[in-house]
Ligand binder design. Structure first.
Ligand code: NAD
Ligand code: TDX
Length: 340
């Protein structure tokens, strides 16, 4: 299989590229990434010389480049996005540009290049916010996005589905819950709190810390995506979840415990605007149709994740010092390889 992965220098995309190259040594992967602040080629340093892997620096808004890359691709796996809710509250424009217009552009080129198989990576946040006793989100839950981030992802989901119905583009969509694991940019809750403790800083909990998220190890997410692109039913949506609902306070206490710190390191700060109360995902369809369920328990996954950040202080240092941006710049200048 030849895959075009967009946003492969980010957290989930880079884990997915590692997953594919390890599991399918014959598969070929092209990673198209614009290297925004969230794109980090350090995540892929160990596969850089793999002949089946190729990095292309570029934007999903660049139609000419996409046209060139799409050639003999078997499947597009679309991760590229602006992904941080807090940033979408401060500046929504880039979220619409990449998540909505960028996805539309990609769909258009996939359609014009012989209707490529297209898998769209989305989020559970498009379904809105649950009350304590509400049933978990599933494939039939109506859309109710409440942040500029989730509104832009919801728009992209609708566009992807519209290309299936209108143009018969062979699409699938997955809506996944909160991921954690290696290579996550330290602005998201888990890596932010782990790395803050490593730097002797306090942990800012928004509001009361009672908001709930459903946590999934990124490797389990990669497994789920792999099953969908190989065996998923065209035109269908799949909900992916971790079966591990935790309050932010529970997560914080677990990290404090694993790292040997006490509660004095917590600092309560004003709440996020429009802060969604609870997410939870019913992944029955994934299990029934594709035999998938999370393999990594939260207990094991969080322990390994804390250990990974401790063992990879140098990776963290390239981010904190801004060196990872220089590395991307070098790559653009010296190693940038375009497809002939
Ligand atoms: P991330 O922010 O770590 O990575 C995003 C990547 O996309 C970066 O490498 C960035 O450089 C690239 N990118 C941004 N704009 C681009 C553009 N215009 N053209 C090309 N590349 C561009 O994000 P992530 O956490 O890895 O999330 C990946 C996908 O999964 C997103 O679509 C996100 O909505 C979705 N998702 C994330 C989670 C989560 O918990 N992180 C959960 C469910 C779904
Ligand atoms: O400093 C913090 N303090 C805090 O209390 C941060 C960064 C977060 N939080 C809270 C807000 C949320 O309730 O922790 C929870 C998780 O926050 P984020 O890591 O920002 O994730 P979330 O807003 O839930 O969105 C994530 O999951 C779904 C990803 O960023 C999205 O890309 C994905 O679609």
């Amino acid at each position: 299989m030849k895959l075009l992965v967009t946003g492969g220098a980010g957290f989930i995309g880079s884990n997915f590229i590692h997953y594919i190259l390890e599991k399918y040594p014959q598969d070929k992967v092209i990673n198209l990434d614009a290297l925004t602040y969230a794109g980090n080629l350090e995540n892929l340093k160990d596969v850089e010389e793999n002949p089946n892997y190729q990095f292309v620096h570029g934007d999903i808004m660049d139609s000419l480049l996409l046209d060139e890359l799409m050639g003999d691709i078997d499947v597009v796996v679309h991760f590229a996005a602006e992904s941080h809710v807090d940033r979408s509250i401060l500046d929504s424009g880039s979220f619409v540009r990449t998540n909505v217009n960028g996805t539309l552009n990609l769909l258009e080129i996939a359609k014009n290049s012989g209707k490529k198989r297209f898998h769209h990576i989305s989020t559970d946040e498009v379904f809105g916010s649950l009350g304590k006793n509400d049933s978990a989100f599933n494939e039939k839950t109506p859309y109710d996005p409440r942040s500029p981030y989730s509104a832009s992802k919801a728009s992209s989901d609708h566009l992807v589905r519209s290309y299936y119905h209108t143009h018969q583009l062979p699409i699938t969509i997955s809506n996944c819950s909160n991921n954690y694991g290696p290579y996550q940019f330290p602005e998201k809750l888990i890596p932010f709190f782990i790395t803050s403790l490593m730097e002797g800083k306090k942990l800012p909990i928004y509001g009361t810390g009672e908001n709930i998220r459903d946590w999934l190890h990124v490797k389990d997410h990669c497994d789920a995506i792999d099953r969908i692109i190989r065996h998923g039913k065209i035109g269908e949506t799949y909900c992916i979840g971790g079966g591990a609902e935790k309050t932010n306070l529970e997560i914080t206490h677990k990290i404090l415990e694993l790292m040997g710190f006490d509660e004095d390191n917590i600092e309560y700060v004003p709440d996020r605007k429009g802060h969604d109360k609870r997410y939870a995902v019913d992944f029955t369809k994934m299990t029934r149709e594709l035999g998938w369920k999370p393999a990594i328990s939260f207990e094991d996954g969080i322990k390994d994740t804390v250990e990974w950040y401790k063992q990879n202080a140098q990776w963290l240092d390239t981010i904190k010092s801004g060196k990872y941006i220089e590395y991307g710049r070098d790559y653009r200048n010296d190693k940038h390889r375009r497809i002939a």
